[in-house]
Design a protein around this ligand. Structure first.
Ligand code: GAP
Length: 602
């Protein structure tokens, strides 16, 4: 079996997600809403397990962190103070041919030859020239055209009749605008030389260059190595057609320039892009019945701001001392220019954020501490350390107020990408909100009797990105024997039991043997209070195992005739416990199942 490429692997993952009910395109039956995703029955379990584990280690297992759940609708003053209204934007560019929008900084660097076009002129006859052509055709033949019916697509038919009837020595053109222009210009000259009415002169002057439409927009195209030069002209013609010319004759402006590493052209078609301009990523809405500036609110672009805004309230009610943190899991919204890579970059997503407040002198040390804690977290949910990378964000790319930022990245099939940022944000956020609101957000130190604005270290992780990383990490294909012992490909999601959507499947060996079914259902009732179990009696047992392997269920319990004590009384009330990855089966007493499963899942 040859290993699938990264692109094939990603395709298989996306298709499995839909086939088995992890993730669906949002509003799919209406064509889908770009950048929004719905989690199905298994996806929601996986997501909840991830969030619950994060909450457990970040809040419940610590003395120094409390939680909150803030509103999504956010007062504009909050986001003005935080800098989001002014500065939360990405540079955006549009393809000048298709209008498709890109993030300027995500355009790949390309090399090739730039063909510049200065302008284009219309080769199709003007209305007046068409009218003249119709008259010229009518004088020689049965009137076929009248003024109201002349379409420019009829022009060549009319011209053909004139050429044939008058036996003019001019050959009919192919479909190229240049050839058509040459033909009509030549025809005008010939008709002018042998006039029979005023229409010959009329046609020639109506077809002259000054009478025809000109589009003065300049445009350029990048022809990449391996592409033909004619592609540039074709793309330019399409550009001028979009601007209203029917048959554009494009005017090339030499020379064609060689370039390297340009980001000014659409990577999909070579067409020129507009200059970058900022695009604010926040979703704006109106609160209440009036839709004017006074009712504007935003959907929060990060969960962090409500933590800063509630800092004082939470400090007072929790009676925490520095350092301490406030944690939140919730939705955030960004009108991303290019949602992509499945759920990786979405417009609606969830974040798991901790704002860990501290004294200024503790900031750098805590930044290191939280980076290590967060790496441990990913390992504890089954993401191999060898697939995680820590990027130290360089000074020039860090937010101006941050004294240090790490990005924790994961090696996705589509490349190494950020899962989480761990940033030392200094006292920037609290200072901004104190200044803008006029309310003190200072901390009073009982020991030193000093007041100051705490600094903060923020580990900020994406739920959806982590879910995607978990699925990518878990996806595997191996071989397992089928019913007849023949080896076949097995798709298996090797989730850590802690985050697997279903923890244990329970199977009666045969569904038509009432005592087996009754015992299996008893086991379901026994396990249900402890773990999420799934009962399955349909199909051959091997098939049932395969179905559970494909959704990552780590354990399978099978009730067989030994369980009923039919073959050996000593085996009564025992079952086989199958482990997903090794496919090994152990015989276990039913009464021990809850404790064994709990110890392996927690
Ligand atoms: N409060 C800090 C903050 O929001 P961020 O790096 O912009 O920092 C934190 O976002 C995390 O949120 C990212 O590491 C990522 O996991 C997740 N995230 C950000 N934008 C996202 C998007 N468009 N789609 C999915 N997840 C996103």
């Amino acid at each position: 079996m040859s290993a699938p490429t990264d692109a094939q692997r990603m395709e298989k993952i996306v298709s499995l997600c839909k086939r088995r009910g992890f993730i669906f395109q949002s509003s799919e039956i209406y064509g889908g809403l770009n950048g929004a995703w719905d989690y199905g029955p298994l996806g929601v379990e996986l997501k909840r397990n991830l969030k619950n584990y994060w909450w457990r280690v970040m809040v419940h297992e610590r003395d120094d962190v409390v939680g909150m759940d803030g509103a999504i609708l956010t007062h504009p003053a909050v986001l003005k103070a935080s800098g989001h209204v002014e500065g939360f934007s990405d540079p955006m560019v549009d393809c000048r041919l298709t209008g498709k929008r890109f993030r300027a900084d995500q355009i790949p660097q390309q090399s090739g030859t730039i063909f510049r076009y200065e302008f284009a002129r219309e080769a199709a006859p003007t209305d007046r020239a068409l009218e003249a052509l119709a008259h010229l055709a009518e004088t020689d033949a049965e009137p076929k055209f009248n003024k109201t019916r002349i379409a420019s697509s009829d022009a060549l038919d009319l011209a053909k009749r004139i050429v044939e009837r008058r036996k003019l020595s001019v050959s009919l053109p192919n479909a190229d605008p240049e050839a058509i222009e040459l033909f009509f210009s030549h025809l005008g000259d010939l008709l002018r030389q042998h006039p029979r009415s005023q229409w010959e002169e009329e046609f020639a002057s109506a077809y002259s260059v000054p009478q025809r439409t000109i589009c003065k927009d300049a445009f350029s195209v990048l022809v990449r190595p391996g592409e033909s030069e004619s592609k540039a002209k074709k793309t330019a013609r399409a550009f001028y057609q979009k601007r209203g010319l029917k048959l554009p004759v494009v005017v090339f402006l030499p020379p064609a320039d060689e370039v390297k590493k340009t980001q000014e052209f659409n990577p999909e078609n070579g067409a020129e892009l507009t200059s970058p301009r900022p695009f604010n990523l926040m979703f704006k809405t109106n609160v209440g019945a009036t839709e004017d500036d006074s009712s504007v609110a935003y959907l929060r672009p990060e969960t962090a701001q409500s933590i800063f805004v509630q800092f004082k309230n939470i400090l007072e009610v929790s009676r925490k001392k520095l350092p301490f943190g406030i944690a939140q899991i919730g939705k955030a919204f960004r009108n991303e220019i290019n949602p992509r890579n499945f759920t990786f970059r979405s417009r609606e997503f969830e974040q798991m954020e901790l704002e860990y407040f501290c004294r200024p002198e503790q900031g750098m040390e805590l930044l290191e501490y939280w980076k290590e804690e967060r790496l441990k977290f990913y390992e504890n949910i089954g993401i191999s350390r060898s697939k995680l990378y820590v990027l130290t964000v360089p000074n020039q790319e860090r937010a101006f107020y941050s004294k240090g930022t790490y990005d924790i990245e994961y090696e996705f099939p589509f490349g190494r990408q950020e899962l989480e940022g761990v940033a030392y944000r200094t006292d920037y956020d609290l200072s901004q909100h104190q200044k803008a609101s006029g309310k003190s957000l200072e901390y009073f130190d009982e020991e030193t009797k000093q007041k100051f604005i705490p600094h903060v270290v923020e580990p900020s992780a994406g739920v959806d990105r982590t879910v995607l990383a978990l699925i990518c990490e878990a996806y595997a294909e191996d071989e397992a024997p089928d019913e007849k012992g023949k080896m076949e490909t097995r798709i298996v999601l090797r989730f850590h039991p802690r985050i697997a959507p279903i923890k244990c499947a329970v199977f009666p060996l045969l569904k038509n043997k009432e005592p087996l079914v009754a015992k299996a259902k008893e086991i379901v009732d026994l396990l249900r209070p402890h773990v999420y179990v799934f009962y399955d009696e349909s199909g051959a047992i091997g098939r049932r195992y395969r179905r559970q392997d494909e959704i990552g269920t780590p354990f399978g319990v099978t009730v067989d005739f030994e369980t009923l004590g039919e073959k050996d009384a000593a085996l009564r009330d025992t079952v086989t416990l199958r482990e997903r990855d090794s496919m090994k089966q152990d015989r276990i007493a039913i009464k021990d199942l809850p404790s064994i499963l709990i110890s392996r899942i927690r």
